[in-house]
Design a protein around this ligand. Structure first.
Ligand code: GRF
Length: 203
């Protein structure tokens, strides 16, 4: 299977997926890492690991539609079976999400449907949540609303701030996102026409 990963910044989830793919000999290759930001730190890791990289700078486009069209053209050059959003910070147009329906995953650092959008850790702390976590989901046109694939939970501890809580959640993300991608490339994960997730795999 061919996997393309989209990043906008640090790329630590992308790194976890690249490493797991190699270490666990998945039936897949990471065909490319694509960023909307030329300075995304994740691009360096990908290049150092012999993975093709591409940049489609959103600032060079007049509309979301024009940006997404070029992004799609670039991605489809790698013929992906799966598109993985890993800290990709652009809202996607309905045409783009429809094109990759059933083959695009995202990870979000909250227990969806709570705290969609930005500043999830701060908002969970402000709400006094005792539990927080992360969600892997299929991507649909509505931001952070696609069918849920996996969730995992961490405690919110006394004295936590955004940095400590996000670090605890990020560790969890680095375990759960590679697992979910592995399920997909091994043919154990799919979504049916009604938007229901089918997962036939193990842990
Ligand atoms: C992660 O917390 C992810 O859940 C969110 O953006 C962050 C990306 O971090 N969507 P990284 O670029 O993978 O390090």
């Amino acid at each position: 299977k061919s996997v393309v990963i989209l990043v906008s910044g640090r790329g630590s989830n992308m790194e976890a997926i690249v490493k797991a793919c190699a270490a666990e000999a998945w039936p897949a290759r990471i065909a490319a890492v694509v960023s909307n930001r030329p300075s995304a730190e994740g691009l360096t890791f990908a290049q150092e690991h012999g993975i093709a990289t591409a940049v489609v700078d959103h600032q060079a486009f007049e509309s979301r539609e024009a940006f997404d069209a070029e992004l799609q053209r670039t991605i489809d050059g790698y013929a992906p079976d799966l598109l993985v959003l890993a800290g990709f910070m652009r809202i996607l147009t309905p045409g783009f999400t429809a094109h990759y329906a059933g083959r695009m995953l995202n990870i979000h650092p909250s227990l969806l449907p709570a705290f969609t959008g930005l500043h999830t850790h701060r908002r969970a702390l402000e709400a006094g949540c005792k539990l927080a976590g992360a969600t892997v989901h299929f991507v649909t046109a509505e931001l952070d609303h696609g069918a849920i694939v996996a969730q995992a939970v961490v405690p919110v501890l006394p004295g936590d701030d955004e940095a400590s809580l996000s670090a605890r959640i990020l560790k969890l993300e680095h375990r759960m996102y590679p697992s979910a991608v592995r399920w997909f490339v091994e043919g154990q994960l799919a979504i049916d026409a009604g938007g229901v997730v089918r997962h036939t795999g193990g842990e």
